[in-house]
Write a protein that binds this ligand. Structure first.
Ligand code: FAD
Length: 441
């Protein structure tokens, strides 16, 4: 294998509201000098951190190194909207094959939810865990049949849910913007940055985490891999690439997975009178019935988060003025739903890079002897990343598990058109979806 250059590298903005809400944390040292390790993981998000923890537990005498280009856990893993979900909105595949496929997809998502749930219980992780379910909603009566078909599908699967509309919906959400919502029991809202922090703190003693150490190149050297950062190198017989949205940057899965940049804004906590003005509802999380419609949350500490932008963004971060442009779109979404609130409530706006495939397939591969890659969770990375990370650790330790069999039975990402056709195609699709969802974002 020739030396692979990692490009472009991630650069996080420092504006993520979930991270800003946490106490500051001293970053670990960056990688310096020459090292040898039994297992190296590139990428310290949910996937990499879960893999490191589990591999260390399975191999207590092994030396494990995990490296992140930025601060650990502060990529998509801290920037996401915090929905840990089992069911996903489906337009109602009622054929037997469609139903079976949905069942399998559901089972995998559920395994992800259970995996995080187990960790949260076992280690008493504080991540503002809220198991009150999630809403899928529409503000357009013409889109309501989609929710009704989803309801029929959930009925078929015997999954607890309820369609809600009118005054009851307005009271529950504190906004009369939506005409109908479907509530499902199996959805957990959490604080994503708290969860990522917890995963860092759970790393066993035989794991060394290096931060602010971008991997610039990596290559095969005899039976080993040589991974190089600006000030150090590490040699290992086993390498896991857990870089998700940066898979293509690593020269991996370029024809199967691509990065998508999402931006979100979050308000400061509403004060008592602002909170009363919207009817003092309990916390909730809502996903749009339309692909490009807004994801909106009211958090336990009374913040409102709006995420209603997704784009093919050529650079690896956004400047303050680029974020400000997105913030205006988020503000429009906030005002549509809560016209009684002020226009200066957002105190954070950030971008995050996630990974998408053309058919919702995920990556869980051994590309060549001892080179592993996991990621591309499409919309569902909290549970799946945690699960895939753990299962990669089993795989790298030579174990076979039921969960590995379930993951391997899922469709792999299908082949994508070459660039620049892919980029244009995704842009066109986003424009089309945004148009359909123009009253939902
Ligand atoms: C705005 C947003 C909202 C989302 N909402 C949800 C949601 O509500 N629910 C849900 O389930 N999922 C959601 N997702 C997706 C979810 O966040 C991701 O699927 C998940 O975080 C993936 O975890 P990961 O560890 O694989 O990747 P990441 O968290 O992206 O971690 C990869 C790490 O690799 C590092 N890296 C990259 N290149 C290099 C290099 N050269 N050298 C060293 N390190 C490198 C990065 O710095 C990063 O820390 C959302 C994503 C975004 C961006």
């Amino acid at each position: 294998m020739n030396s692979k250059v990692f490009s472009p590298l991630p650069v996080n903005d420092q504006a993520c509201g979930w991270t800003q809400a946490l106490p500051s944390r001293q970053a670990n040292a960056s990688l310096q000098d020459e090292h040898i390790a039994d297992f190296v993981i590139v990428g310290a998000g949910y996937t990499g951190l879960s893999a490191a923890r589990k591999f260390a537990q399975l191999n207590p005498n092994a030396k494990i190194i995990i490296i992140d280009a930025q601060r650990a856990g502060e990529g998509a893993s801290a920037r996401n909207s915090g929905y840990l979900v089992d069911s996903t909105l489906n337009d109602g595949h009622m054929s037997d094959t469609g139903l079976q496929q949905y069942r399998e997809k559901y089972a995998l998502n559920k395994a992800g939810v259970d995996c995080v749930s187990r960790l949260v219980n076992e280690y008493q992780i504080d991540c503002d865990w809220d198991a009150s379910g999630k809403f899928h909603a529409t503000a357009v009566p013409a889109h309501e049949p989609k929710l009704q078909r989803f309801s029929e599908l959930l009925q078929e699967l015997e999954l607890e849910h309820r369609l809600i509309s009118g005054a009851e919906l307005k009271q529950r959400l504190g906004t009369g913007y939506y005409t109908q919502a479907l509530w499902t029991a199996g959805g957990i809202m959490l604080q994503p940055a708290k969860l990522a922090r917890a995963y860092i703190s759970l790393l066993p003693d035989n794991v060394t985490l290096y931060e602010n150490s971008p991997v610039l190149t990596w290559r095969k050297q005899g039976a080993d891999f040589l991974v190089s950062t600006p000030m150090g190198q590490v040699k290992t017989p086993k390498l896991l690439m857990a870089v998700n949205g940066f898979m293509a940057s690593a020269g991996l899965k370029r024809k199967r997975a691509f990065p998508l940049t999402l931006t979100a804004s979050m308000t400061r906590p509403l004060n008592d009178s602002e909170y009363a003005s919207i009817g003092s509802p309990s916390a909730w999380g809502l996903l749009s019935a339309q692909a490009m419609g807004a994801t909106v949350r009211l958090t336990q500490d009374r913040r409102i988060m709006v995420r209603n932008t997704a784009e093919v963004w050529p650079a690896m971060n956004m400047s303050a003025s680029q974020l400000n442009q997105r913030k205006r779109i988020h503000l429009r979404g906030l005002k549509r739903r809560f016209p009684e609130l002020g226009t200066d409530l957002f105190d954070s706006c950030w971008a995050g890079v996630t990974c998408i495939s053309g058919n919702n397939g995920q990556v869980f591969d051994q590309l060549e002897s001892k080179l592993l890659v996991a990621g591309c969770y499409n919309g569902g990375g909290i549970g799946l990343a945690t699960l895939f990370g753990e299962q990669m650790a089993y795989r790298a330790s030579g174990h076979m598990t039921d969960a590995i069999a379930m993951i391997q039975a899922r469709p792999k990402p299908n082949r994508l058109p070459p660039q620049p056709i892919l980029r244009w195609g995704v842009r066109l699709r986003l424009i089309r979806d945004s148009f359909i969802a123009r009253k939902e974002n």
